[in-house]
Design a protein around this ligand. Structure first.
Ligand SMILES: Cc1cc2nc3c(=O)[nH]c(=O)nc-3n(C[C@H](O)[C@H](O)[C@H](O)COP(=O)(O)O)c2cc1C
Length: 666
């Protein structure tokens, strides 16, 4: 970890290592002020030895947008609370930077008392479905001054640097790109003109804060937008920003409107580092790289091979604020992994709620969820080794209870472990591995492969019994459902039953979509084989890529309801639907299941019967609580709790949260 842990430098600023926390809107601010919740959240990152914390975005003007609980730096009144926060973060050796944010046409009018958003040009945004108005030249000059005033406040509040948000489709990026800038004045047209706004922001900020005050510029290495700047143009822009005074360029990727996933769990780790590698030889200031870097070995490799000077992590430090410290102490196995699932962070924020983390429910709840030793340590038996069972077991053991967990199968993780099987979902396996190892480290005795029963439990005499035995598969009541060709989602995923060529998946919630994608991809050639075939001209590249993309199965997804993937979070649903489409999966909604026959599934659609031919029919219609569980286990221990899906079917994030709360209550 020689590179990752070495001191870094951005202009006059030195950092204790090369791990920086990328800016995250967390939804913790109140009336724009930093709150105790916000400070506690970042204090963990500072204690956890991150080198530099990018905080924000900070809204710097009323028309700058932002979401619920957004921070503000648009007035001097915010300085004292920020100053106090910085003193606390600095006391733990971290450096801080304020991100100056203007959303432009990504701002919603309903968040700005109905005022129309502004942009380079009056071009509608696909993100907000609103049309902004073009800023006049005097307004552009005023906006530049707002950036400078915000930067001056940041300096007065003892931030060590500012970051100018110039990427992912926000105001500066809107000026940069021909997609959103059709101006014919000095701020539009040529690349130099489109870059003028960003350049003037940087120069004016430098002038306002002094040349020695470090300014980082966040910039999209690739817009991933049709008709947008090319990667080569993006390099030219970065060079112009450097000439204007940027002390570091932080390379991000994409716009929020682009249809290429950039943060989803299916994005390979470090997939966009190539943009920094491409950019770095053209620049003399440090380059920060980002996106889906959650592994210290990968981070070290990126620095060692010269792709970048700093590693920015947002969600990895959201999941584990002690990432850097654990790396320094060689405790790699103890790092709480970022799955890239977005369930606790991005999807929660999109739902207007404060951010947290599926794998680390204490994030954003640092004060609420402290671990307090039990005054009355007891013998506790947990039944079921899914995520909820493992999390509750860890917390209980850490609080001093004697905890044994029984899992009837040979593998831990329950439904979450199955979720990790479809391609692009492998990261979920890391959540299971982490929960398993964390529980063992806390002292939980884990016994797999033995089915605990109420009778056996009675003999063991636990003081407390926690049932986390999971839900049961919901089987639709359809004549012929016991046909041999009908299998359960779990059997399809684990390869327990072979799949025929024509496959019908019943259900279209998150699990059904995952299963459909899994089946559609099954039997495809590996990327290595594809490369081999292409390099040796065995098949044309396009045909080979098709073979690497999907297998031979024809998949149909059918459901009674009207929406596919309705249980998926906002940041992943569009992507899942896009994937189903790209894989040629046929989706049928609002169907009535009539009968399963040897031919397939007979459905009724708009009053017309239709046979969906199938060699295999997979039931993926969700799970339900076991209605007899309570009755069966009654009297097995003086105190019994039912947890997770066994109680009510829910998402992994909710099961882990429920478990962490229960673990603190017993
Ligand atoms: C909940 C959430 C909020 C974010 N808010 C911001 C923001 O305000 N400003 C910004 O530049 N990036 C923001 N990002 C993007 C991150 O800084 C980062 O670029 C992205 O998450 C990819 O990095 P990662 O894979 O390390 O998480 C946000 C990301 C998340 C998940």
């Amino acid at each position: 970890m020689k590179h990752l842990l070495s001191e870094g430098r951005i202009g006059s600023l030195t950092t204790r290592n090369r791990i920086v926390m990328a800016a995250m809107h967390l939804g913790y601010a109140e009336d724009g002020y930093v709150t105790e919740r916000f400070v506690r959240y970042y204090e963990e990152c500072a204690k956890g030895e991150a080198g530099l914390l990018f905080l924000g975005g900070f809204k710097m003007h009323r028309l700058g947008g932002g979401g619920i609980g957004f921070l503000s730096i648009e007035d001097d009144k915010y300085i004292p609370s920020m100053k106090k926060m910085n003193a606390r973060l600095h006391s733990h050796g971290a450096k801080t930077a304020a991100q100056l944010f203007h959303g432009g046409r990504y701002a919603f009018s309903f968040m700005m008392d109905g005022e129309q958003p502004v942009s380079a040009s009056a071009i509608p945004s696909k993100l907000t479905r609103e049309t902004p108005r073009a800023l006049s030249i005097p307004e552009i000059h005023e906006t530049i001054e707002h950036f400078a005033a915000a930067a001056r406040r940041a300096r007065e509040a003892d931030f060590d640097a500012v970051e100018v948000m110039g990427s992912t489709g926000y105001l500066i990026a809107q000026f940069l790109s021909p997609v959103s800038n059709t101006r014919d004045d000095e701020y539009g047209g040529s690349l130099e003109n489109r870059a003028r706004f960003g350049i003037e922001v940087i120069r004016t900020v430098k002038r306002a804060c002094g040349n020695d005050y470090p300014v980082v510029v966040r910039h999209s290495g690739a817009e991933l937008m049709d008709g947008g700047n090319t990667i080569e143009e993006s390099v030219k822009i970065a060079k112009l920003f450097e000439e204007a005074g940027a002390d570091a360029i932080s390379i991000q990727v994409g716009w929020h409107e682009s249809r290429v996933p950039t943060v989803a769990a299916s994005v390979p780790r470090g997939a966009f580092v190539f943009l920094a590698r491409f950019m770095r030889p053209h620049l003399s200031v440090p380059v920060v790289t980002c996106n889906r870097i959650n592994d210290p070995l990968l981070a070290e490799q990126i620095l060692a091979d010269g792709s970048a000077d700093f590693i920015a992590m947002a969600r990895a430090l959201n999941a584990d604020p002690y990432f850097a410290k654990k790396v320094r102490e060689g405790r790699f196995d103890e790092i709480i992994p970022c799955t890239g699932c977005n369930e606790g962070c991005l999807d929660t924020i999109f739902g207007g709620q404060p951010s947290t983390c599926m794998n680390n429910p204490t994030r954003g709840r640092e004060n609420e969820l402290a671990l307090v030793k039990s005054a009355n340590p007891r013998k506790i038996m947990l039944v079921g080794g899914g995520p909820g069972g493992l999390e509750a077991a860890r917390v209980l053991a850490q609080r001093g209870h004697r905890v044994t967990l029984f899992e009837k199968s040979k593998r831990l993780g329950g439904r979450l472990a199955l979720s990790a099987i479809p391609p692009g979902r492998e990261e979920f396996g890391n959540t299971v591995r982490y929960l398993d190892s964390a529980a063992r480290r806390a002292g939980v005795e884990i016994i797999c492969g033995i089915e605990m029963t109420p009778e056996k439990a009675r003999k063991e005499k636990p003081d407390v019994l926690v049932l986390a035995t999971g839900g049961i598969t919901r089987i639709p009541n359809v004549p012929g459902i016991d046909n041999d060709k009908v299998i359960l989602a779990d059997e399809a995923l684990t390869g327990g039953k072979p799949l025929g060529r024509k496959v019908v998946v019943i259900g279209a919630g998150g699990v059904a979509c995952e299963v459909a994608i899994f089946v559609a991809r099954e039997g495809r050639i590996t990327p290595e084989t594809a490369l081999f075939l292409i390099e040796n001209n065995v098949l044309p590249a396009e045909r080979t890529l098709d073979l690497a993309h999907k297998g031979p199965h024809q998949v149909t997804l059918v459901r009674r309801g009207s929406k596919v993937g309705d249980s998926l979070g906002r940041s992943t649903r569009w992507l899942t639907l896009q994937e189903l489409k790209n894989l040629g999966v046929r989706t049928i909604t609002d169907a009535r299941y009539v009968r399963v026959t040897d031919e397939g599934l007979l459905i009724s659609l708009d009053g017309q019967q239709q046979m969906l031919e199938a060699d295999t029919i997979i039931i993926a219609a969700g799970y339900e609580a076991d209605p007899r569980l309570k009755e069966r286990w009654a009297g097995a221990a003086p105190e019994i709790h039912i947890l997770g899906d066994a109680h009510i079917p829910q998402k992994g994030i909710d099961a882990i949260y429920e478990a962490t709360i229960l673990g603190r209550k017993i």
